[in-house]
Design a binder for this molecule. Structure first.
Ligand SMILES: [Mg+2]
Length: 234
């Protein structure tokens, strides 16, 4: 099915009893994408440029084609790749910035509700395993999920059909009884092609960027829009 870009379609709640599995993206869905946008858009160019005597504007301009070339590929998310390519210690810089990692509004509470539900709660992220580890440690993510998967384990990003085949093999699920939330419409497209019936995107992945006015998939701003029907928590 081809979806045309339209104004944001809101979500009229979720029939949780019709679902067995929820798949959740991490960055831009549960966590504020501001951290990653700032890290790759400012911190890394500035650190890379500083060693070469370049100002931030020149660094950004120089790195832009390189970044553009890798977008949507696994390398884009790979700390080893960028460490080697840019010859800087990405891991160290990322650890130094870890205080900026934070939940999106209402996301932690939403996870508490999901945690008390009948659903198999699975995180699927393109983030590198080390990035996932840093974020999971910072926000105690692990206890909210039955399973957390970095696509690097499958050696293919969520944008590719191979990812979904590998996921199905590792953790079988009924695509018609599965809800997937992700801020990337390219990723949602791949999930739709695989046959996942329930897809939701986010209107404001980065809290410092205005909400999106047009999305190709039904969109929520905050999680209270879909929380009805989940078990109550204390
Ligand atoms: Mg994301």
């Amino acid at each position: 099915m081809t979806l045309t870009v339209s104004s944001c379609r809101s979500v009229e709640g979720v029939e949780w009893s019709q679902l067995d599995t929820i798949l959740l993206d991490m960055d831009g869905t549960l966590l504020d994408l501001e951290f990653d946008n700032h890290f790759w858009g400012t911190v890394i160019p500035s650190e890379w440029g500083r060693r070469r005597g370049l100002d931030i504007a020149t660094s950004k301009e120089t790195l832009a084609p390189l970044f553009a070339e890798q977008q949507g590929r696994l390398n884009w998310y790979c700390l080893d790749f960028w460490g080697k390519t840019l010859n800087i210690d990405i891991l160290q810089i990322k650890s130094d910035c870890a205080h900026g990692i934070r939940w999106r509004p209402q996301a932690e509470r939403f996870m508490q509700h999901l945690n008390s539900s009948h659903l198999d709660v699975i995180m699927i992220t393109n983030a590198h395993p080390i990035t996932l580890e840093i974020k999971a440690e910072r926000l105690s993510l692990a206890h909210y999920f039955d399973l957390m998967i970095s696509s690097h384990r499958y050696n293919t990003p969520k944008e590719m059909p191979a990812f979904w085949n590998r996921l199905m093999a590792e953790r079988p699920f009924d695509p018609e009884r599965t809800l997937f939330l992700d801020d990337s419409e390219y990723v949602l497209e791949a999930a739709e092609a695989f046959g996942i019936s329930h897809l939701i995107t986010l209107r404001q992945p980065d809290s410092t960027v205005p909400p999106r006015q047009a999305t190709r998939y039904p969109a929520i701003h905050h999680f209270d829009e879909i929380i009805n029907g989940l078990p109550a928590i204390d």
